[in-house]
Design a protein around this ligand. Sequence first.
Ligand SMILES: Cc1ncc(COP(=O)(O)O)c(C=O)c1O
Length: 363
Amino acid sequence: MIENRIYNFSAGPSMLPEEVLLRAQKELLNYEGSGMSVMEMSHRSKVYDNIICGCREQLRSVMNIPDNYKILFLQGGATGMFAAIPLNLGVTGSADYIISGNFSGNAYKEAKKYLKDAREAGSTKADNFSRIPKQEELTLNPDADYVHICENNTIFGTKWHTLPETGNVPLVADLSSCILSEPVDVSKYGMIYAGAQKNMAPAGFAVVIIREDLLGHVSPLCPTIWDFTTQEKKDSMINTPPTYPIYICKLVLDWIESIGGLEEMKRRNSEKAALLYNYLDTTDFYKCAAAKEDRSMMNVTFRTGNDELDAKFVKESVARGFTNLKGHRLVGGMRASIYNAMPKEGVEALVGFMKEFEQANRK
Ligand SMILES: Cc1ncc(COP(=O)(O)O)c(C=O)c1O
């Protein structure tokens, strides 16, 4: 870690790789001899065209995205896509939403505004979203236009490790908090989308990866900026795109490629997650909020079971140079978001602190 930087466990926006920040700093005032910053250049210029096209190509290569999938960079974040999805894919007005946490619930609420038959096809709300629904708990409609899931539940710290079986119905998945953390088989999805601000870039856009046969059915009510078909034809540039975040995304993808791609990313991420979970499994001082088989590799949720002690933990963690460990109010306790850019040393330091805190506060 560079001096004076701290271990930031924020759920998003979150840490970016230092290599990326340093490169952006180096290129800040004069990008590749253009005499200007990427922030200052026209999105229609040749030099910017190379950046956005390069980012798209690099994403295809890093994620191994098949040719029959299109890649879009759109504004409005993942929340914007909650509306854009029913407006683009809800051809017959029917969709199944599986609720495994707050964001899948928000996506469902939004879809109900636009579809006559948006259904809740399963939910673990009764268990405070501490687990992922099982296949046999789902009531899927074989005629639905799509099935929607949130693959990694940022707030609750759970993840779909096996995707639901949806037959011929396209699976639409929110990967905001797990994209680029490990390889995924894109061909299993009709559409993947993600807000950029965790593993991809600073906040400012959502990426959409969509099978091309799902394009072309947009509702006339859809705002043009979220019309996937038009945006695909116009290379995501029907208006000014968030130019700088897309540039940083390209640098992040270069970084992932330089370390060995998503296989290596997964190796590093599972090693970090194991450091935390292995310790949590050996103590009864902290309790993990998520069911063991559904634990997220990106967001680790835990608590002591005593609200005052949790508050003390968070306060002392700040004094020790960690930040953003307070859990979301829907879960309480603590949450360590350990996205791609969090170094292993940061997680080792956190586990060290957790052990000390346990020793000092165990009754
Ligand atoms: C899984 C998931 N989906 C959606 C969102 C909302 O994203 P945005 O702020 O880009 O709209 C978040 C934000 O944290 C998230 O974690």
